[in-house]
Design a protein. Structure first.
Length: 246
């Protein structure tokens, strides 16, 4: 290889596993119930229409919890990776399934395919506003643009289409490396992205605590906790911190 080691085109997909080390509770584990509700019972448009007070309380708890958590070493490694790749003339696309704002706080631009907890969406006029202040679990927030009395969290619910799919597809087509971090590997369409990158012949890297269900012999699998593994993984993907062409 004569190209600079960092002149690579990366797509990094992150899931819940990268935020676990920051203390974000997973709602999908064995104890993944909230007040006896399955996630599927509170994260749907139907639930919002039927019982908005309960859905709102669920999301207000999650929105409020963001103030007490911080990005971890894995988030910071990805922010540094974005800067390194940019310096090397490559491209870096971070796609996240997470609705927390830890990547943004670490310094990355993010394609938040499942939306963001800190954003509120008006279903009447389409306005989206960042809101960190209205966290009362029992009070709806009105729309500042049109006055509608009940904004919803700007997150993608079951049955709704993820955001940024076209941009994500374009990034995968042009990437040299696809890196999946902390994803269960079973939630589509994210799970299909890894398969698409493989079919295109890209180098594929998978980091998670345990081998995901869709792991392939071609994947370079790096098990462990994201905060411990990701900094070294990024060095590996980018060809080593000290091996510059000079
Ligand atoms: Zn509105």
């Amino acid at each position: 290889m004569t190209a600079n080691a960092t002149q690579r085109h990366l797509v990094v997909l992150t899931g819940a596993g990268i935020s676990v080390d920051s203390g974000i509770r997973s709602y999908r584990g064995a104890d993944g119930l909230w007040e006896g509700h399955r996630l599927e019972e509170v994260a749907t448009p139907e639930a919002w229409a039927r019982d908005p007070a309960t859905v709102w309380r669920f999301y207000q708890e999650r929105r409020g919890a963001l103030a007490g958590i911080e990005p971890n070493a894995a988030h910071r490694a990805l922010a540094e990776a974005e800067r390194r790749v940019a310096r090397g003339g490559g491209s870096f696309t971070l796609v996240s399934q997470n609705v927390d704002d830890l990547h943004q706080r670490a310094g990355n631009d993010v394609l938040a395919m499942h939306g963001q907890l800190l954003e509120l969406l008006c279903e009447v006029c389409g306005a989206v506003a960042v809101d960190r202040e209205h966290l009362d679990p029992h009070a709806f927030v009105p729309c500042g643009a049109c006055g509608f009395d009940r904004l919803r969290p700007n997150v993608v619910w079951f049955g709704e289409l993820p955001h940024h799919l076209d941009a994500i597809e374009r990034a995968i087509v042009r990437c040299t490396d696809f890196v999946a971090i902390g994803t269960s590997g079973v939630v589509y369409p994210a799970a299909g992205m890894l398969a698409a990158a493989r079919e295109l012949g890209r180098r594929t890297w998978v980091q998670s605590l345990d081998a995901p269900e869709n792991l392939d012999p071609a994947d370079r699998f790096r098990p462990g906790r994201a905060a411990e593994v990701v900094p070294g993984l990024i060095d590996e993907v980018l060809g080593g911190r000290s091996k510059g062409v000079g």
